[in-house]
Design a protein around this ligand. Structure first.
Ligand code: SF4
Length: 213
């Protein structure tokens, strides 16, 4: 008998999404009834992995629908229309449901979530060429011990994770100080990111990674 986390080869993509959206595995720990928030389609080439939805995203049901999303779109060189309307972009956070807050700060993504859903969703999106690992939780799940001592160390070592992964800081307004202290990120990494995203989303291109500068 299938376990919830098993990849089911005979399942359609729509059936998989329906199972994700009906998930209640950690409902007892969430402040609201589960509302998994993701965008995914079988032809996705770019996967964006953030932490977990905040309150505003939970309420609207639209991922990255907040000031962090505005800066992320600027980093990617994408309009809102392209970001939400291109089926080659998948958005699957480390925790799919809003985990609540403590003392005004968002709680971490529920630890059950990524191991349960990411392997299944990735298996159903075989054309993904690049996964953006946004923030420490996404980097911890995907890179494990390959992470650096700090987030800056991990992001600075981005070439070592190419072409499959790109670790990035979270584009939260709270991270403005980090971006100021680490100007190399915008100067060195963002141009490469924009070029890579442009290639992945250009019609007729096979999405292969270009040579790193
Ligand atoms: S956070 Fe993840 S594991 Fe928990 S109920 Fe939502 S989808 Fe399921």
């Amino acid at each position: 008998m299938n376990q919830p986390g098993d990849v089911r080869k005979s399942e359609t993509f729509a059936e998989l999404l329906a199972r994700v959206r009906a998930c209640t595995v950690c409902a007892a720990y969430l402040p609201n009834p589960p509302r998994p928030i993701l965008i995914a389609s079988p032809g996705a080439r770019l996967l964006i992995v953030g932490q977990a939805p905040g309150r505003r995203v939970h309420e609207t049901g639209i991922p990255w629908n907040d000031p962090s999303g505005d800066l992320l779109r600027e980093w990617l060189g994408l309009t809102r229309e392209a970001f939400y309307g291109d089926s080659r972009i998948a958005i699957v956070p480390t925790g799919l449901c809003y985990p609540g807050t403590v003392k005004g700060s968002d709680l971490p993504p529920r630890p059950e979530c990524a191991p349960l859903w990411h392997p299944q969703l990735r298996a159903a999106m075989p054309d993904i060429r690049l996964t953006l690992l946004i923030g420490a939780y996404a980097q911890a799940y995907y890179l494990g011990e390959r992470r650096g001592r700090t987030l800056a160390d991990t992001v600075r070592a981005w070439r070592g994770f190419a072409p499959d992964y790109l670790p990035m800081p979270h584009p939260s307004p709270r991270n403005r100080g980090w971006l100021k202290r680490n100007p190399w990120f915008e100067a060195e990494v963002l141009p490469v990111l924009r070029e890579r995203v442009g290639t992945l989303l250009s019609t007729g291109d096979n999405g292969a990674a270009p040579e790193l500068p």
